[in-house]
Design a protein around this ligand. Structure first.
Ligand code: PMT
Length: 219
């Protein structure tokens, strides 16, 4: 395959945060900048894949040759992923999906009155686990954002969600993970693991995709 190890592969990935509306002007979200996911999309296209990027609200330019679908909430991200997943060879969940959404979104802006207030939250669907539970599923890769016991929690996520691979990042290290230009990954799959040391997200994306191509090919 030369420098195009993903030639002929259809790759679907999620990137960025999700936004869970509270009322027409407020939302719950997180610090994901989309840089990691957009770097994976860019490198995957350069490595020959046909790439579909389902992106949360992110202002980055769409990488060349990538088909981009913009969404806001976790529910919209799930719907966009499920509409595409049947024809895909590889799925990568890089988005920082909100685990909870508002039970009820207020129709009008909430006025301040009481000294304190409570928001009732309900669990969001798990997009990665939903993809992994499909019968004819793509090679399914998850990310794990952890602040401690990285290996333990990452392996637990891989087993619970029945993944083919998981890429763990320690988001407690400053200059890595959320909103940084660099990152480092510990990648686990059922038969092995590999450490990808800190570097810029574009280089790291290429290394991760090379590993995915190798492990998928060897199955
Ligand atoms: O966007 P950047 O600023 O560049 O930062 C990159 C990153 C730190 C966001 C990225 O490298 C990363 O770790 N992404 C996953 C973040 C995350 O939400 O991890 P998690 O451990 O909470 O979730 C585990 C996996 O399940 C992830 O693949 C996630 O996409 C997926 N998930 C989680 C919840 C949910 N409801 N649906 C999901 O699909």
């Amino acid at each position: 395959f030369g420098d195009k190890p993903l030639k002929g592969q259809k790759l679907l990935l999620t990137a960025g945060p999700t936004r869970e509306a509270i009322d027409p002007v407020r939302y719950i979200s997180n610090h994901s900048s989309g840089k990691m996911g957009f770097a994976i999309a860019a490198r995957a296209a350069e490595m020959g894949a046909e790439v579909t990027l389902v992106s949360g609200p992110i202002n980055l330019p769409t990488p060349i040759g990538v088909n981009r679908i913009d969404v806001q909430s976790a529910k919209q991200m799930l719907d966009a992923v499920m509409a595409e997943v049947a024809t895909q060879d590889i799925f990568i969940g890089c988005a920082a999906v909100a685990d909870y959404r508002l039970d009820k979104i207020a129709e009008a802006k909430i006025k301040k009155s009481a000294e304190s207030m409570q928001l009732a939250l309900v669990r969001n669907p798990d997009i990665l686990a939903t993809v992994a539970a499909q019968d004819a599923r793509p090679f399914t890769v998850g990310f794990a954002a952890e602040t401690h016991d990285v290996e333990h929690y990452a392996k637990d996520k891989m087993q619970r969600k029945k993944l083919d691979m998981i890429a763990a990042n320690d988001v407690s290290i400053s200059g890595q993970g959320f909103n940084a230009d660099t990152n480092a990954l510990k990648v686990f799959w059922p038969q092995g693991c590999e450490e990808l040391p800190a570097t810029d997200k574009y280089t790291l994306a290429g290394q991760l995709l090379g590993l995915i191509a190798r492990v998928k090919e060897a199955r």
